[in-house]
Design a protein around this ligand. Structure first.
Ligand code: KG4
Ligand code: ZN
Length: 341
């Protein structure tokens, strides 16, 4: 009997709804919120208001585009956390309302698990290979930077995490101090492709084990700009692409160094990347190249599955639903990082 899952994602500033049938994507509707660009970052109150406007059209379009009827849905999966509480509340409340109205079970999803399992979403006709267990996931987003060992669909062990900022924050902060706009990651990515990654050097952290730290490299950039601007006030304008390329390379080197260590420690040579920063061209090229050189099997998601989307929520929902892991109707959203379960 095939299973149809509706996924709902509203953890930050993207509202999304998706329908999958037996891992196959039938629709994935996204509404990004442009309003935050004006402020150079996500404004939580504006984000939840925009979710309220977007959620109904997103869900009904996802159902229409999937070519199904509401009553065909087997379960409703929603992002319970982590994220902005007001944003999560909109998706959670909507999912609960729909669950009651349709008499369909609810499944709660950890957003980070969604990023990692996005590799299992099948696009109709594509028959793409999926990671074999166990594999290592490099999860890089605006809020998290982790190396996670994945032994099964729902069996995760965090091997390393950031002790301060996430790598996406470092990208966004760099763009902000360079006056490039928000979100910074994609802008740095595109400027970096025109610059020299070896031109400037930034301090790298020395953290034991598999944990990350990105606050030092951010500070190193701030001092570097301050010192150079004192000599040449047009330093940023004259060197923008090289600064972006060098800063991006430093971030990628930091990510890769720990990944090499994790592969060595675990002996696992299947490596998958996920999360918003996995859209970065430099990181994608580097993972592919290192994989080839080191004999890893690498998984790089399609760009539409890197940033927040409901397809990844639906796929986790499917795996949990198949195992009978349903969620009570009184489950409240949780903004802090959740245990993987
Ligand atoms: O996964 P995501 O959409 O939201 C969170 O769960 O945090 O990740 C958003 C982050 C932002 O920091 C954004 O700047 C970064 O992903 N990002 C990128 C790129 N596209 C998005 N960073 C570097 N290069 C990109 N192309
Ligand atoms: Zn995310």
């Amino acid at each position: 009997m095939s299973k149809i899952i509706l996924g709902i994602e509203s953890s930050c500033d993207d509202t999304s709804a998706a329908v999958i049938r037996d891992s196959e994507l039938l629709s994935n509707i996204m509404a990004s919120q442009e309003v935050h660009r004006l402020y150079g970052g996500v404004i939580p109150e504006l984000a939840s208001r925009a979710h309220q406007l977007n959620i109904l059209p997103c869900v009904s379009q996802a159902i229409d585009q999937a070519g199904i009827r509401q009553e065909d849905i087997d379960a409703i999966a929603f992002t319970r956390g982590p994220g902005l509480l007001g944003s999560l509340l909109v998706g959670t409340s909507f999912a609960k309302g729909l669950s009651i109205a349709l008499g369909k079970p609810l499944v709660e999803v950890n957003h980070l698990q969604g990023h990692i399992l996005s590799h299992f979403v099948q696009v109709p006709g594509a028959h793409k290979p999926v990671p074999q267990f166990p594999f290592l996931a490099l999860l890089v987003s605006g809020g998290h930077s982790q190396i996670v060992r994945v032994d099964d669909y729902l069996d995760f062990t965090v091997l390393g995490s950031t002790i301060d900022d996430a790598v996406g924050e470092a990208f966004d902060k760099c763009a902000k101090v360079l006056g490039l706009g928000y979100p910074g990651g994609p802008i740095i990515d595109s400027l970096a492709s025109q610059g020299d990654p070896e031109r400037f050097k930034f301090a790298k952290p020395h953290i034991a084990g598999l944990d990350y730290s990105f606050s030092g490299v951010k500070t190193s950039l701030l001092y570097f700009l301050r010192d150079n601007m004192a000599i040449d006030p047009a330093f940023i304008d004259n060197n923008k692409a090289d600064i972006c390329a060098s800063f991006q390379k430093t971030l990628i080197d930091i990510l890769m160094d720990k990944l090499f260590k994790a592969v060595k420690q675990t002996g696992i040579r299947t490596v998958a990347i996920g999360g918003g920063v996995s859209a970065n061209s430099g990181l994608r090229d580097r993972i592919a190249a290192e994989g080839l050189k080191r004999g890893w099997t690498t998984f790089i998601p399609e760009r539409r599955f890197t940033t927040d989307n409901a397809a990844m929520i639906a796929i986790v929902g499917q795996f949990k639903y198949e195992r009978g892991l349903l969620c009570p109707i009184d489950a409240a959203p949780i903004s802090r990082a959740l245990d993987y379960k």
